[in-house]
Design a protein around this ligand. Structure first.
Ligand SMILES: Nc1ncnc2c1ncn2[C@@H]1O[C@H](COP(=O)(O)OP(=O)(O)OP(=O)(O)O)[C@@H](O)[C@H]1O
Ligand SMILES: [Mg+2]
Length: 245
């Protein structure tokens, strides 16, 4: 496999147990260091697609992350290669303190206590939450919980980060912090989002998903300027382009 390729999906489909087909015959790959936004209307299959990447559900077709196929046998290797951050931080934080939540990944991957301490501090620093370690996730704000959710995956340093709606419900300052963090990171990102301005600022490439299928895949600067394509898919131009046009 080309060493520049991080993720490959080949003819991937997935239906929920009740028969809902959420992902329908999707193929694409992501290069190392690429930042890819997945956009599309509610129910398009964006979140489902992200969960398929780390093997939460088993998909039809083939998904590989680095050289490993996503399957039961490779579960551990896959888990350490991809950091999936859920839309709702309450799905990510479940320990008594933020420190314990952020330490959970490194602990699971068998790192020693000293190493874990360093990793936790570095992860909290990267998201701007220094000093939050001993606080409870129930007693910090929603935006802070979103940042803490990101720290829980940064602490085990995955080369690939999948973010589900990272800026939803954030105030402008927290949103800007997340945008700056993504822009300055050298990791590979796949980001499901309705925040098309954020996608334009952070991602070089955009895929439009609708009804579980890819309807467009190309440079962010082209797709996010295509009013007709966006409107056909229940989307609209990013606000920053509406004002200038
Ligand atoms: N647990 C589930 N069981 C059955 N169907 C589900 C389940 N979760 C999602 N779906 C369905 O799968 C489809 C894709 O949902 P998904 O959550 O992936 O969409 P999405 O693009 O992330 O939407 P949103 O923008 O609202 O977050 C939808 O039709 C949805 O109703
Ligand atoms: Mg979703």
């Amino acid at each position: 496999m080309d060493s520049n390729i991080t993720v490959i999906l080949q003819e991937v489909s997935f239906s929920y147990p009740d028969g809902t087909k959420a992902v329908d015959n999707i193929s694409f790959s992501i290069k190392q260091g690429e930042k890819l936004a997945i956009i599309g209307p509610n129910g398009a299959g964006k979140s489902t697609l992200l969960t398929l990447l780390n093997g939460v559900y088993e998909a039809e077709g083939k998904i590989s992350i680095f050289e490993f196929e996503v399957n039961r046998k490779n579960r551990r290797k896959i888990k350490s290669s991809i950091g999936l951050v859920f839309q709702n931080p309450d799905d990510q934080l479940f320990c008594p303190t933020i420190h314990d939540d952020v330490a959970f990944g490194p602990l699971n991957f068998g790192m020693d206590k000293e190493q874990i301490g360093h990793r936790v501090q570095a992860a909290l620093k990267e998201v701007g939450l220094i000093g939050y370690g001993q606080r409870s996730s129930f007693h910090i704000s929603y935006g802070e919980r979103k940042l803490a959710g990101i720290a829980t995956v940064l602490s085990y340093d995955p080369p690939l980060i999948a973010l589900d709606e990272p800026t939803s419900n954030l105030d402008p300052l927290h949103r800007r912090k997340i945008i700056n963090w993504i822009r300055h990171s050298e990791r590979t990102f796949i980001i499901a989002t309705h925040d098309l301005d954020m996608a334009l600022e952070t991602c070089g490439r955009v895929i439009i998903l609708n009804n579980g299928r890819i309807v467009a895949d190309g440079p962010a600067g082209v797709i996010l300027r295509n009013r007709e394509l966006l409107e056909t898919n229940q989307l609209e131009l990013p606000l920053m382009l509406q004002q200038s046009g």
